[in-house]
Each structure stands twice: as C-alpha cells, then as structure tokens.
Design a protein. Structure first.
Length: 120
C-alpha cells in the first residue's frame, strides 16, 4: 500500500518544485529586463520600488510552492535524517517568506500614506 504513495509523491514533489523554479525564472527575467532598461533610462525611486515589490511577490509565490513540496516530501519520509533536513529547509524558507511578505506589506502601507502628486 505504501509503495503507491511513494510512487505518486515523488513526481508530485518534482512538479511542484519545477513550478516554483518557473516562477523564480519568470520573476527574475522581468526584473532583469527592468534593470537593462534602467541602464539607458534611469528608474525613478517609485518605479524601482515597484520593481522590487513585483520581484518580492514572485519570490513569495515560489517559496510558498517550495514549502508545499517540502510538506509533501516529509509526509511520506520514514527517515528522521530526511525529515530533519527537509524541516530545516522548510524553516529557512518560512523565515524568508515571512520577511519578504513583511517588507511587501510595509511598502503597501507606506504607499497608501503618501499623498498623491499635485494636479494628479
């Protein structure tokens, strides 16, 4: 009975990790294009911050998927060493996710408090 669970779990973990990788690649390419554009036309502080926020959102999404893959992987693991390794990775990803989300939320609050430009 356990064999089918192991057989299903492994490709699911790989697919979720591949999706996380795709999210990271797309977000990184988006930021890379913005950085290359900034070489010819400097970004204003607002545009640079928006670029950082978009990238942070991509990374938060990817970290969430990676954490999901970690949870699936540990659900079928029988080795304490594997559970400990994946658990440590999950803790690191959770902390990264927390701080990225906190930064994004802080910036959104600051944006709401900034008055609109005159004539806008």
């Amino acid at each position: 009975m356990r064999e089918w669970l192991d057989a299903v779990t492994e490709p699911v973990v790989v697919m979720i990790d591949a999706l996380a990788l795709l999210i990271i690649v797309v977000g990184t390419l988006e930021v890379a294009v913005s950085v290359v554009r900034a070489m010819w036309r400097p970004l204003g502080a607002g545009v640079a911050r928006q670029t950082w926020l978009r990238y942070s959102r991509w990374l938060v999404a990817a970290l969430t998927f990676q954490l999901a893959a970690d949870i699936v992987e540990t659900s079928v693991s029988t080795s304490w060493q594997t559970i400990g390794r994946v658990g440590a990775i999950a803790v690191i990803r959770t902390f990264l996710n927390y701080f990225l989300e906190r930064d994004v939320d802080k910036d959104l609050v600051e944006q709401r408090q900034v008055p609109p430009p005159p004539g806008g």
